[in-house]
Design a protein around this ligand. Structure first.
Ligand SMILES: [Zn+2]
Length: 450
């Protein structure tokens, strides 16, 4: 073999089924050797004492670009991703939804040269437009985002529209990411709360309650099974939803269940103190340490199949500019998700193998990026996250690279730190600082036709 471009030597390589001390040899952006007898290399990185994870794959992020770039844009959002997540995101933004192949082509050409990590793009399902599913899937979208409730200006699907959409996706093998909150429940709650003149922060919990999510997740899971479609239940907020998805999965539904850190680590009652800084939906549900531990257990056991950030940033100014009814939903998260998962390892909730599974392998498999993404293995892209398991730090607003400029986990001490990120063998971030350059490439979805 000729000389390697890069050799990452002496680190502990993590796969979902175990970890081993291995040298990772890279040529032309791809892992070509994995072992202990590596050939010579132009560049060698000493990874002794470090854990090597596959580059994180975050499949639910909103970078608001084009659209609301005062909230986020691709260069800043993917800087946060390179520093803290890894190497791949799948993006969709509600303010500028992709509904047609022209929308996708425009977005692709606009984003060329704007991303620091590799990226896929999702489309928005739209009631009455299921006929576009086939063309969009063939054009290379990663998945279809579906709302069951009208949110962020995107119209909700009732059961009939959802069934029509799922049938169209089943016909072509496409996958959907479904936001599950029942419109009739959230809508009537909103009417009542407004008529009562409610303006307090706690209204969020009455507006978007557990029943709304369970009902919509139940309808979604049933229709996914009955249509033979594939779908992910987005941002599962509490164990009852996870258990429901698991039941339908064992009955044959092709369902995955997405977890997000805010449903493990933020508590339901924080909204009273923090107001709009806890306005996201479904809202946080955990009330006790036991609730948190149960969510980690569901993730470890594979009931919650993978983790995404649902990065939907607003600045502090934007969050403070209105009341609970009119400020944006959403939290920033790209800066914090991997640090929180590494900390969950330090606290004994997860193993590194779980992190490799839930934040790389399963999302990559679910959205057609496997085996090129989501693993450290011969033939895969050399997407590597080098972690110092002993480093600790306190999460601070000053360190947030997202335009949001704040973190809901302010002041939390976390163990484990990403020290370097390699995208296809190129160093894209080191010690919290992104490298210059925006060499991220578009990743067509699995249905893409040339
Ligand atoms: Zn989202």
């Amino acid at each position: 073999m000729s000389e390697l471009d890069l050799l990452v030597r002496g680190g502990t390589v993590v796969t979902p089924v175990g970890r081993r001390r291995l040298d990772v040899g890279v040529q032309d952006g791809v892992v070509v050797t994995l072992g202990s007898e590596a050939p010579s290399s132009r560049r060698t990185v000493d990874a002794r004492g470090l854990v090597i994870l596959p580059g994180g794959v975050d499949t639910h992020v909103h970078l608001m670009d084009p659209g609301s770039t005062e909230r986020e844009d691709f260069p800043t959002g993917t800087a946060a991703a390179a520093v803290a997540v890894g190497t791949t995101v799948v993006e969709h933004s509600h303010g500028s939804p992709v509904r047609s192949t022209d929308d996708l082509a425009d977005k692709r050409s606009y984003l060329s040269g704007r991303s620091r990590v590799d990226y896929g793009l999702a489309a928005h399902a739209w009631p009455g437009r299921a006929a576009d599913v086939e063309r969009l899937w063939a054009a290379g979208v990663s998945f279809f985002k579906v709302f069951t409730c009208t949110t962020h200006g995107v119209p909700g699907h009732d059961a009939a529209a959802l069934r029509t959409h799922l049938r169209a996706t089943a016909d072509v093998g496409a996958v959907s990411l479904v936001h599950c909150e029942d419109e009739s429940i959230t809508g009537s709650a909103e009417e009542l709360l407004r008529s009562e003149g409610r303006r307090d922060a706690g209204l969020l919990l009455d507006w978007r309650d557990r029943d709304a999510e369970v009902v919509a997740a139940g309808v979604t899971a049933l229709l996914v099974r009955r249509t033979g479609a594939r779908a992910t239940v987005a941002h599962v907020s509490h164990p009852e939803v996870a258990d429901l998805v698991a039941r339908e999965r064992s009955a044959g539904a092709r369902l995955t269940a997405e977890g997000c850190p805010q449903y493990f680590l933020l508590r339901e009652d924080e909204v009273h103190e923090h107001g709009a800084l806890r306005k996201f939906t479904p809202p946080a549900r955990a009330r006790t340490d036991d609730d948190e531990a149960r969510m980690w257990r569901l993730l470890r056991d594979g009931v919650l199949t993978h983790i995404s950030t649902d990065h939907a940033p607003s600045t502090l100014e934007q969050k403070r500019a209105g009341d609970m009814w009119n400020v944006h939903f959403g939290l920033p998260g790209l800066d914090s998700t991997m640090p929180l998962l590494l900390d969950a390892v330090a606290r004994g909730h997860l193993a590194y193998e779980d992190v490799a599974r839930v934040y790389a392998e399963v999302p990559a498999r679910t959205y057609g990026l496997w085996p090129r993404k989501g693993r450290v293995g011969v033939g895969a892209d050399a997407d590597l996250v080098l972690v110092d398991p002993t480093a600790t730090r306190v999460l601070r607003n000053e360190d947030v690279l997202s335009k949001a400029g704040w973190t809901p986990y302010l002041g939390r001490r976390v163990s484990g730190r990403v020290v370097q990120t390699y995208l296809r063998g190129e160093l894209v971030a080191e010690e919290g600082t992104p490298a210059p350059g925006t060499g991220g490439r578009f990743l067509p979805g699995p249905g893409a036709r040339p």
